[in-house]
Design a protein around this ligand. Structure first.
Ligand SMILES: Cc1cc2nc3c(=O)[nH]c(=O)nc-3n(C[C@H](O)[C@H](O)[C@H](O)COP(=O)(O)OP(=O)(O)OC[C@H]3O[C@@H](n4cnc5c(N)ncnc54)[C@H](O)[C@@H]3O)c2cc1C
Length: 308
């Protein structure tokens, strides 16, 4: 039996601190419980949403009219250079445990909120690194299938903030095996700490879902030249920081209700207090329109919209 609760407020589970209730809500700690939760949803004709650390979601003010499955498997084990992680363990915890164990390869992820499962699904990345560089194998449950299966690295189809798990919403990540490299624990720790400091300098402290938009691919030479001469940075993989475009378009600090374009980092939409999902959506749509009309570029949300 699984414990299913009704009308559970979701805002406390999201780093944005926004969102209405889940009509049905359950927590799962292992494969058996996940399969039972999925069977419950199927039997009752409910749509499912998998919620992990809630750090990359904007939940509708009306909540989610189905079953929210909160992933709670927080087990992990370090074996030589491999780390086996339950999908629900915090990425920050794995960064800290592996750094202490003298394993290198996840330093870039220091300070990213959310779980290992969420990070693998979105191929989270920062400071030149991403999850795809560390993943060896992913164990998943495919909705409607009675048993979990393993995906090898190539089968995960990782790309920029994307993966097969993001493409196909019916695949739920249960656990992940990471392959890291042996290194000097002290040096790894120092790099982790320096990245945490850089994050604190660059990112706002208000509730948010992190970078709201993906960095778009840009081929317009004029925009690229302006970006490179203004910032002194070289463009990587033809991607321009969405935050730079938003700032150039004069939207830094723009506010709708309680939602605001952060003055510290223009790709963060922050909840300054009492923001509704509608405020955020209205602000995001103003940003998208302005970026289209100024630069002829279409921004795409990185944050997952839930219940809209
Ligand atoms: C302050 C701040 C800074 C951030 N910095 C970064 C950054 O530097 N780089 C970066 O990439 N991201 C960043 N993010 C975004 C976010 O932290 C990451 O995307 C994170 O990996 C999301 O994990 P989560 O567990 O919170 O997922 P959630 O927000 O709970 O879920 C996100 C999506 O993943 C799905 N999902 C979650 N777990 C599973 C699972 N086990 N199986 C299948 N699907 C699943 C959910 O259904 C949802 O669609 C930041 C966010 C914040 C608030």
């Amino acid at each position: 039996m699984i414990n299913v609760q009704k009308n559970v407020p979701l805002a406390p589970y999201a780093t944005f601190k926004i969102g209405g209730p889940a009509k049905f809500f359950t927590e799962v700690k292992n494969e058996k419980e996940l399969i039972k939760a999925l069977a419950y949803a199927e039997k009752n004709g409910l749509e499912c949403f998998v919620l992990a650390g809630g750090s990359n979601v904007l939940i509708s003010d009306n909540g989610f009219n189905g079953l929210v499955i909160k992933i709670r498997d927080t087990r992990y084990a370090i074996r030589d250079t491999r780390v086996e992680c339950g999908a629900g363990i915090l990425l920050s915890e794995i960064v800290s445990k592996t750094a202490k164990a003298g394993l290198s390869g996840l330093e870039w992820a220091a300070g990213i909120p959310g779980t290992i499962g969420g990070a693998v699904r979105g191929n989270a990345g920062a400071f030149g690194g991403c999850m795809a560089d560390a993943v060896e194998k992913v164990r998943v449950v495919v909705q409607g299938k009675p048993q979990a299966v393993n995906y090898k690295l190539q089968e995960c189809k990782f790309g920029y903030r994307s993966s097969i798990f993001k493409e196909k919403q019916n695949i739920i990540i249960l656990s992940v095996i990471l392959k890291l490299k042996k290194g000097n624990a002290e040096k790894i720790q120092q790099r982790v700490e320096s990245i945490i400091i850089k994050r604190k300098e660059k990112q706002p402290r208000f509730p948010s879902a992190g970078s709201f938009f993906k960095n778009p691919i840009v081929n317009d030479e004029k925009i690229i030249k302006k970006f490179e001469s203004d910032t002194g940075l070289k463009m990587k993989d033809n991607k321009i920081p969405a935050g730079w475009l938003i700032e150039e378009a004069g939207l830094k600090g723009k506010k709708i209700g309680g939602a605001q374009v952060s003055k510290k980092h223009s790709n963060f939409i922050i909840n300054t207090g009492g923001a509704t999902a509608e405020d955020v959506i209205m602000l995001a749509s103003i940003i998208k329109q302005r970026i289209r009309s100024v630069f002829n570029i279409q921004l795409m949300e990185e944050a997952q919209l839930v219940g809209f």
